[in-house]
Design a protein around this ligand. Structure first.
Ligand code: ACO
Length: 336
């Protein structure tokens, strides 16, 4: 059977930077409170004029350049996002913008902060199933568009970004995606969501018998609702276990990995997971101080920085994990 390997990565962030001090001008908070509780100092946000799809395209372009793969050779584009610019899916806009003349399959994957991980697994399934050779997995989110900027417990956490990885088919001996572990728990949805607004229905049926009164007025989602303490507890409980399961499937121990690369939600979550797995701080990748929690983009963004700075090198083994709304979570053991 076929193997899969990661052959390129890229990322892109908006130019507007918002510091903790900037936030303290609109809500009752401080740089000290935010950095001590979360490790976050800055985040980037997309302006109204900017396009998340364009940011995702830029990240994908850089991944193709690194891999030296022609856009026409891409046969699948998975856009992992919970904030598409088209409710029907933004993914097909990316091969269009990349100039792929082969009309590759492209669709969105919605799984918040676990999205990139699910994209990676999906890419592996397509490649191993046969017929697919170059799969672009893009994580891109603009949660700033769904944040309640009056809620100081959540608005301090999030930032916008895009990151991409090109997954390519290879001989099975070269396989670089060793194992996965994936889960969901819909019972925890109440702790983190951006659900459809509960529109008040004025009347059961219109006086003329029309059904239109039964339908929601407009179509809007509420802002992000989060119980920070519950989300924190959830992450620290499930992530170490999930990584242990994935390591076991790969026949590896935590001491065998070169890097621990978690979804960048909160430095305290990262530290707690690393401590539990006994991974020393010098083997933990973290860049959330600069970008905050960028949802589906956080893992490929941090990977891209670590690869381009020379930290992550060819042949290194990485344990990665995503976790977030749904609730969903999952881990993968991969080789760069
Ligand atoms: N500035 C100052 N004070 C604040 C702020 C703020 N930004 N936010 C909350 N507070 C106050 C609260 O009002 C509360 O005050 P009180 O004691 O007078 O009532 C006090 O600080 C403590 O609030 P808690 O919510 O209990 O603070 P906690 O220590 O739990 O920290 C935090 C909150 C940082 C959100 C933490 O719970 C956390 O990081 N949780 C994980 C959240 C997360 O990572 N979510 C996303 C992951 S999934 C995904 O990526 C989509």
């Amino acid at each position: 059977s076929k193997g899969c390997k990661l052959v390129g990565c890229g990322s892109a962030v908006p130019s507007i930077q918002i510091s903790n001090d900037d936030l303290s001008k609109i809500i009752d908070t401080s740089d000290e409170w935010i950095s001590v509780r979360t490790g976050i100092r800055n985040r980037r946000i997309l302006s109204r004029k900017d396009s998340l799809t364009a940011l995702a395209t830029e990240a994908a372009q850089k991944a193709l350049q690194m891999a030296e793969v022609d856009p026409d050779d891409v046969d699948l584009v998975l856009l992992c996002t919970s904030t598409p610019e088209d409710l029907f899916g933004s993914a097909p806009q990316i091969p269009k913008a990349l100039g792929c003349k082969n009309n590759p399959l492209a669709y969105d994957i919605t799984a918040a902060c676990s999205g990139f991980l699910l994209g990676l697994v999906s890419a592996a399934c397509y490649i191993r199933g046969g017929g697919f050779n170059n799969v672009l997995v893009i994580g891109a989110d603009a949660l700033s568009r769904y944040v309640d900027w009056n809620d100081r417990g959540s608005c301090i956490l999030f930032g916008d970004a895009a990151g991409a990885v090109l997954v390519q088919s290879c001989d099975s001996e070269e396989d670089g995606l060793f194992s996965f572990d994936m889960h969901s728990d819909g019972g925890g949805q109440r702790h983190l969501n951006a659900s459809m607004k509960e529109n008040k229905i004025d009347h059961e049926l219109g006086s003329n018998g029309s059904f239109l009164g039964l339908l929601p007025k407009g179509s809007s989602y509420s802002c992000i609702q989060m119980n920070g303490k519950e989300v924190f507890r959830f992450a620290v409980r499930v992530v170490p276990h999930s990584i242990e399961l994935a390591l076991e499937k790969a026949g590896l121990a935590a001491s065998n990995i070169d890097w621990l690369l978690l979804h960048q939600a909160n430095q305290r979550i990262i530290d707690a997971v690393a401590t539990r797995l006994e991974v020393p701080p010098e083997r933990v990748i973290s860049n959330l101080a600069n970008y905050g929690n960028t949802s589906a983009a956080s893992i490929p963004l941090a990977l891209d920085e670590a690869v381009r700075s020379g930290k992550v090198q060819a042949g290194h083994t990485i344990a990665t994990a995503g976790f977030g709304a749904g609730l969903t979570w999952g881990s993968a053991i991969v080789r760069w």
